[in-house]
Design a binder for this molecule. Structure first.
Ligand code: ACO
Length: 323
């Protein structure tokens, strides 16, 4: 059976750091409130003129270098973002051009904070279908551009950044011992749209719009839906929780991660946490967190890694990967 093995990983964060204290000068909030309710201490913000494609290109370059591949051998780019450079063309094609790649295909995926899990699942299916063999999967966001900087309920929660992985087709035995993406689960339920959305777009207002969220409702739904899909992916693959080496959740809020961790019965020592330093970078958060844990030596080849995310739509999902 064909498996999609992760050969390289890279990430990029813009230079400017915004601390909670910086935000307290802009809206009626405090470092204590943000830390206690979210676990966030700082976030990064893209420089004026620095676009999602710029962040994505840098993360992609680092991932391709890490894999040791010639960029021209990449035959598919799947880029997840809900903050594209333009309404069209896809940000993925700009990244393709920036990388000097002229063959293959490139497109964007829009599943808000679950985007990286969606993009990974799509890439895995292209590889398994046998049509593509080296796929770049990117999560890149500039949420600073869609935040209402007068709304303390939302502007304290998000940050900019990008992360990328390079997948390569490899023949596996079809067992859970194989390296690569072992399983993915994608879910959505459009009925919850009003809880988390951006109030603009080309076909509605002809403006970009701002992020709007009923935070406490999203919180409750997240804590209910995410553990369900995680139990499902593990049960369907006969993997006991004790076999998981690392749990890498979407980094939205430390309290959501803590609650999920408790519902799953996984120890905090196995959870990769970067929300404190990156805040919620939407679809970039998982590859950013993975890159931190790979580079600091926690995630090693052969480790079993469980990914999960949830976001606007609602969308949610999980992936089981042997590094
Ligand atoms: N500073 C100070 N006070 C604040 C702030 C702030 N930044 N933001 C809200 N408050 C106030 C509210 O106005 C409210 O005041 P009130 O009681 O006088 O009305 C009080 O704090 C409590 O507000 P809640 O919204 O009930 O606070 P909660 O404990 O739920 O925390 C939070 C809010 C952090 C947003 C939390 O609900 C959360 O993290 N929700 C989930 C968000 C999320 O995970 N999104 C993921 C998907 S993101 C995506 O897909 C793009």
């Amino acid at each position: 059976m064909i498996r999609s093995v992760i050969r390289g990983i890279g990430s990029y964060l813009p230079d400017e750091v915004i601390t909670n204290a910086d935000l307290a000068k802009v809206v009626d909030t405090s470092d204590d409130w943000i830390r206690e309710r979210t676990g966030i201490t700082q976030r990064y913000r893209a420089a004026p003129g620095q676009m999602t494609s710029d962040l994505a290109t840098e993360a992609a370059r680092r991932a391709i270098d890490n894999a040791g591949f010639d960029p021209d051998t990449i035959d598919l780019i799947v880029l997840s973002t809900s903050t594209p450079d333009y309404t069209f063309p896809a940000t993925a094609t700009t990244v393709q051009a920036n990388l000097g790649i002229t063959g293959g295909a490139a497109f964007d995926v829009q599943a808000v904070c679950t985007g990286f899990v969606y993009a990974l699942a799509i890439a895995d299916n292209f590889i398994k279908a046998g049509t593509h063999s080296r796929v770049l999967v990117i999560g890149a966001e500039t949420y600073s551009r869609i935040l209402d900087w007068n709304d303390r309920n939302t502007c304290v929660l998000f940050g900019d950044g990008a992360g990328a992985v390079v997948l390569e087709a490899e023949q596996g035995d079809g067992t859970i011992a194989d390296r690569g993406i072992l399983a993915t689960r994608l879910r959505s339920d459009g009925r919850h749209k009003s809880r988390l959305y951006v109030d603009g777009g080309p076909s509605s207002t002809q403006t970009v719009g701002h992020l709007r969220m009923e935070g406490n409702q999203v919180f409750k739904l997240a804590v209910g839906m995410v553990p369900q899909v995680l139990h499902e992916i593990l049960d369907d693959n006969n993997v006991p929780m004790s076999d998981i080496d690392w749990f890498v959740p979407h980094q939205a809020n430390k309290r959501i991660i803590d609650a999920t961790e408790q519902k799953l019965g996984i120890g905090p020592e196995k959870v990769v946490l970067t929300v404190d330093l990156h805040a919620n970078t939407s679809s970039a958060s998982i590859p950013l967190a993975l890159d931190v844990a790979v580079k600091d030596g926690r995630i090693k080849p052969g480790h079993l890694v469980l990914l999960e995310a949830m976001g606007g739509g609602f969308t949610w999902g999980a992936a089981l990967v042997r590094w």
